[in-house]
Design a protein around this ligand. Structure first.
Ligand SMILES: *Cc1c(COP(=O)(O)O)cnc(C)c1O
Length: 460
């Protein structure tokens, strides 16, 4: 039998967490209107709300924090980060930003030349869509159909539907398209990867029509790992080589470094070789994020990121990272719980349309499971479904999301297999009594971004 591998790190500093009693959990979640965003973090035992900025830095990164050079301009850490970007991503230019949305805020107005232009993506992340729309663009999602069927096993559910992509450009006219965004991995459909073949296909179409390709690169290393594991011809390649090949098919990227940068805050724009685009980005970043050699980051932040980028490409790290998520997913599959398959890069997505079919979309089935999971074991997850989607801005009708998902997002290097077991055990208990779950209705519903501040009550 193959030896089961443990996490490839040992723990040198601990942060205590505790499970408050069941009665208190019931009380706390009721007090915050059954909205887990409003819980205090200290009332949570295992926090799977997001993998963004929640990772644990290594001793090497923490040592780098002490090497922060806080010069206003030209900090040595900026140059260290530049070297990491050039070595790992393979792009000539970069501009640091405070996080991913800072990069979007700077780059998108430069790339969207006219109001009403389309931005074509496999699937826009929510802030990405918001920034496209704020700059007058229109966000279009062209991911393959398989992405929406949780049971179909497809190795690259984040792929573009290339036929749809070309069809769209032809139908609307290339002058009405601003650029293409390739989201790796595709967060919004379950951390699903995009294959190298598909990326190449996108590039070919882009070249044919003279469109630029920009990566939304938050989880670039996880995407490369999936290519190595699932795509023919890449099994013996180094992760760094796969990453450099992926990015070679693009013109630039925006990155939230809070994901695969393994830092708590940070982001960047990187540009392959287009000097003009770099020059404009570099001047636009000044009034928005800060001087181009810090862009909203401290010297120590940039050093931590320079080191994080080198650590995230290590194969034993990626194997353990993805392995933890696969382990949790497999335990749920073994218990018969419906999840998005195959398991994605940063999270397990439970299909709550199937988990509790008795709850209609407008009573938020995934939120019901989310609340129950907190009550059961103090675990915080997040609903990605109709509660998040909201209402039609014109009619005020509740929209029906194509999927009702509960996302169990795993922070990097933070939890162990034991924590995964606690989460799996709790969900399996809830699965056994799933018929008793009830839907929710609003007691307070704000007009914008209601997901974060709404209050709910169970429907009796
Ligand atoms: C997190 C994320 C962003 C936004 O980055 P922030 O650092 O949260 O501002 C953009 N795109 C994707 C795919 C993300 O996961």
């Amino acid at each position: 039998m193959a030896i089961r591998k443990a996490e490839p790190y040992k723990i040198k500093m601990v942060e205590p967490i505790k499970l408050i009693p069941r009665k208190e959990r019931d009380k706390k979640i009721k007090e915050v209107g059954y909205n887990q965003f409003a819980l205090k973090a200290e009332d949570i035992y295992i926090d799977l709300l997001t993998d963004s900025g929640t990772g644990a830095m290594s001793d090497y990164q923490w040592a780098g924090i002490m090497m922060g050079d806080e010069s206003y301009a030209g900090s040595r850490n900026y140059y260290n980060l530049e070297k990491s970007v050039q070595d790992i991503i393979g792009y000539k230019y970069f501009v640091p930003t405070h996080q991913g949305r800072g990069a979007e805020n700077v780059l998108f107005p430069i790339m969207i030349k006219e109001k009403g232009q389309y931005v074509l993506s496999n699937m826009h992340f929510d802030t990405t869509k918001a920034h496209v729309e704020l700059k007058g663009g229109r966000a279009v999602n062209l991911v393959i159909e398989e992405a929406f069927d949780t049971e179909t096993e497809h190795p690259f559910k984040g792929n573009f539907d290339l036929g749809k992509l070309e069809g769209f450009i032809k139908e609307k006219g290339v002058e009405n398209c601003a650029f293409i965004i390739v989201t790796i991995t595709c967060n919004s459909v379950g951390g699903q990867p995009v294959s190298m073949e598909n990326i190449k296909g996108v590039k070919k179409i882009a070249d044919q029509y003279g469109l630029k390709v920009i990566f939304d690169a938050a989880r670039f290393a996880e995407n490369a790992y999936f290519i190595k594991k699932r795509e023919v011809g890449y099994e013996n390649k180094q992760i760094v080589d796969i990453i450099r090949e992926m990015f070679s098919y693009g013109d630039g990227l925006t990155m939230s470094a809070k994901k695969d940068g393994i830092v708590n805050m940070g982001g960047m724009i990187a540009i392959k070789e287009d000097e003009e685009l770099y020059t404009i980005s570099r001047s636009m970043v000044v009034p928005i994020e800060g001087f181009p050699t810090y862009g909203g980051l401290t010297g120590r932040d940039m050093e931590a990121l320079a080191r994080g980028l080198r650590e995230v490409v290590e194969e034993d790290y990626l194997e353990s990272r993805i392995g933890q998520i696969e382990y949790l997913g497999q335990r749920l599959i073994d218990a018969g719980i419906p999840i998005q398959r195959p398991v994605g890069g940063h999270a397990v997505f439970v299909d709550c349309k199937k988990f509790c079919p008795q709850i209609p979309y407008n009573q938020f089935p995934a939120q019901a499971v989310c609340v129950e999971l907190y009550k059961e074991a103090g675990v915080r997850a997040v609903e990605i479904g109709s509660f998040l989607l909201g209402r039609d801005p014109e009619t005020g009708e509740q929209l029906e999301s194509p999927m009702e998902l509960l996302r169990l997002t795993i922070p990097r290097r933070v939890y162990t297999y034991n924590h995964m077991d606690v989460v799996a055990d709790a969900l399996i208990e809830i699965w056994k009594k799933r018929e008793t779950l009830k839907g929710f209705e609003f007691t307070y519903e704000p007009e914008v971004l209601r997901h974060f501040t709404a209050k709910l009550k169970p429907i009796e």
